[in-house]
Ligand binder design. Sequence first.
Ligand SMILES: Nc1ncnc2c1ncn2[C@@H]1O[C@H](COP(=O)(O)OP(=O)(O)OP(=O)(O)O)[C@@H](O)[C@H]1O
Ligand SMILES: [Mg+2]
Length: 1079
Amino acid sequence: MEVKTSLLDNMIGVGDMVLLEPLTEDSFIENLRNRFDHNEIYTYIGSVVISMNPYRSLPIFTPEKVEEYRNRNFYELSPHIYALADEAYRSLRDQDKDQCILITGESGAGKTEASKLVMSYVAAVCGKGQEVNKVKEQLLQSNPVLEAFGNAKTVRNDNSSRFGKYMDIEFDFKGDPVGGVISNYLLEKSRVVKQPRGERNFHIFYQLLSGASDDTLRKLKLDRDFSKYNYLSLDSANVNGLDDAANFRTVRNAMQIVGFMEDEVQSVLELVAAVLKLGNIEFKPESRSNGYDESRVKDKNDLKEMCELLGIEQSVLERAFSYRTVEAKLEKVSTTLNVSQAYYARDALAKNLYSRLFSWLVTRINESIKAQSKTRHKVMGVLDIYGFEIFEDNSFEQFIINYCNEKLQQIFIELTLREEQEEYIREDIEWTNIEYFNNAVICDLIENNQNGILAMLDEECLRPGTVTDITFLDKLNTVCAEHQHFESRLSKNSKFLTDHSLPHSCFRIQHYAGKVLYRVEGFMDKNNDLLYRDLSQAMYKANHKLIKQLFPEGNPAKVNLKRPPTAGFQFKHSVGTLMRNLQTKNPNYIRCVKPNDKKAPRIFTDSLVRHQVAYLGLMENVRVRRAGYAYRQAYEPCLERYKMLCKQTWPHWKGPTREGVEVLMADLQVSTEEFAYGNSKIFIRNPRTLFSLEEKRRGCLENLAALIQKIYRGWKCRTHFLLLKHSQVVVAAWYRRYAQQKKYTQIKSATIMVQSYSRGWKARKILRELKHQKRCEEAATTIAAYWHGTQVRREYRKFFRANAGRKIYSFIMQRLMQKYFLGLKRDLPSMSPIGGSWPTRPYRFLDTAHTELRSIFHHWRCKKYRSRFTDERKAVFEEKLQASEIFKDKKALYPSSVGQPFRGDYLEISKNPKYQKLSSAMDEKVLLADVVNKINRANGKGTARIFLLTKNNFVLADQKTGQVKASVPLPDLASISVSTQNDGFFALKLKEGSAGATKGDFLLSSEHLIEIITKLRRTGATAVNHDHLDIDISDEFLVQFKQDKVCVKFVQGAPKNGNGASCKRKNNRLLEVSVPSTA
Ligand SMILES: Nc1ncnc2c1ncn2[C@@H]1O[C@H](COP(=O)(O)OP(=O)(O)OP(=O)(O)O)[C@@H](O)[C@H]1O
Ligand SMILES: [Mg+2]
């Protein structure tokens, strides 16, 4: 809910001077001081804002404040410049009324700051968006640029505007800014060449020298040292709290935002540099033949550099400082300039250069900020113009400025009164004429075309002949003498003849804000504002775009012999335009007041403020405002504010508000002269009435507050009590519930506990009984079983004892045997007859059976092996068997023959062609054919013979020839002798008397001894049908050689490698065979 407030709430002093009671100058000033001491720098006179310069930053310009004042009624909050800005902006936006904000006040009173506050407020509350923000930014950033070039430090203000400024901000139908136009008034150009003590030249000079980079300065041919420039006064070059270098950066940035091109900025800086250079040009006199002095440039260096900067031909400018060409009709007369004229020309050029540059800047900014669309815009004008000035020494500038202020005062009076009047008509209130001082008469004194002071000045300036400031004063003395606001010592009005406060060279004007004494010296010059044509032509010739633009009159093609309009004329003209412009707009006033001369916070100098209050006409302002009715208020807020003063209207009035106010006023018995009912407002004539209403309201508010407090407290206590009561019931209910629940759960758990104990007890009891019962039964059964067992055993013992052991034994034995046999079957060794493995015997009692089984198994497997033999193989094995029977364990050679198969025919006699003849001689099948050695009995040496065995014979044949040497039928063979040793000697003994026996027995040796003998025995046995042929095995036997019997003895010889046994004849009867031992 929005809180309805009023200006009247929490007032310090009186927020609106209209309500001041009693209204005197003292009370007015006292009220201002009171408010100023409490940091209330703004006070209203109706809708006019008086602004005191606080000279320090107050926390009242924050974004929060902007929000606070946004869309609020003017009198709703305490006085503020934002309230005025908001009122103006809303009136412009919502009612389509063009506005102007007129800011006046003396130098340092805070006009420029106020204008910036207004602009920033409007920027903050108007629409937003990329385009709008750009426009806003450009409008706001035009300020630093203009301030740098147009402001300077003066004794009154460190940032004093030395020009008047009027800025139109244009808005579209939505209230968004779309552009602006700036007009400038009368720059104080004399400052360029000379500054009063303690003051500075325009800021830009110092900013450039402090803030520009070394490179820029080099390009501009400048030196950073201020003292190098004649135009820069040194005594206050550095100002406290002013950072020129930083400001230079701000200005450059602002120029960029506003839209200056880089080359434009450069040109501007070149011009500024040129002005500084110009100031350094000095002149010296040079005597001429005609006796006059002619000026010459002293040191041409600065001149040269300046000409280089601006692209001017040096000689042209140099000449322009020495000569002056006067053109009259078709004649051209050239006169020389003396040194002081040259200085005058130089300074005139500097002033013109700078002021034209300033005007160009304004035009250039206007180009950038001008609205893009041509449609009609709503306009808010902000006028920041120099205020009324009264110095000790007032000259032409003060005259012009004060004239401007007269005009503003006039328009103020006119507009204020008009507005007042319009409101009365609108509200249907009877209009009473108000007496006030109309300053039109003073304006007339100055601007009247026939006999106004400005017209006189112009006339004097144009008049041929010798004209001086004094002739001008004379003229005034004659023309204006009668005027009641003009005072001069020499005027016809004799009353001033003895007025010593009025010097002879001065005139005085009674301005609306006080009397001002003007010294006429310099009026003519300043009004003329003369620049020699040679100089403007020299400038025009410059090879510099900007300079050329600034001096269009220097164009020789457009020589204009007419004098240029005077400064006074120009000013009057522009003031006239401004006034016409302002008259079309709804005015809003900000009257700035300076509290002290020291630029210091918290100091309120009474006399100074009194003076300002006087010349700003503030008292007049209040009087005018109070002339009819001092206070007015719409019915609704009025009723809202005072309804508590009457029973009928309190607390609510149901009918129309006006009737409510009427009832209220009647009830309060306010005298009917004291107020009037308008259509929408009530008008209160006297502030006293209002204050008595306020007083009653305050008293009533206290009662109301007590009442409200009472009701509130009662309500609060009651609610609190009810709440407590209710809480108590709730708490009790909850507690009871909780207690019952708790009790219940306790009982429940106790019951369950008891129950469980009792059940447990019962169950245990039953269990015990059951267990006892079971144990009894088990015991009975066990006893019964034992008893039965005993009985049975007792009965059957006799049957068991005799056989059980045997049966068990045989059973076990059977079982063991079974196991043994099954195991044997599973682990039978290999079927090979030579396999020697046999499972170990598991039990000793099976010893015999096991050995027996082993032999049975061996026989069985041999039988199995044999059963697979063919007849031939069988014969071979039989032979082998026989050999074994004969030789096994009897002859040492035998074991080595076991592994050798008996091949029989070693010579392959039938196939070998060598033995073909021998073979064919055999008519029987050869069973054995081998080479043997026949031992010669004479020496024991062996001769190789082929030994053949057939079924009936054995044959010895020559090995080489195959000739049969002996063929002996087997039946003639009596026996065979061999040694026990490891040799191949054998003797074939023939039966005595047989055919073969004639030659004696044969002693032979063969490698296949075992085979030969075995075969001989087998064959011999069959041949003779004997069971066996005797084989004598001994190491000594007799051999019958023809008649002799020779003993063959076998001895063990030393082991010999490779060689077999050797035979030697020992004697006639003994042949010794040495057999190498086998070890
Ligand atoms: N509202 C304010 N809050 C704080 N300081 C202020 C305010 N108004 C003005 N000042 C201070 O006063 C100084 C002078 O103000 P400003 O330049 O606005 O004066 P002016 O009336 O424009 O003077 P001139 O006529 O010389 O231009 C400012 O530089 C600033 O220091
Ligand atoms: Mg200013």
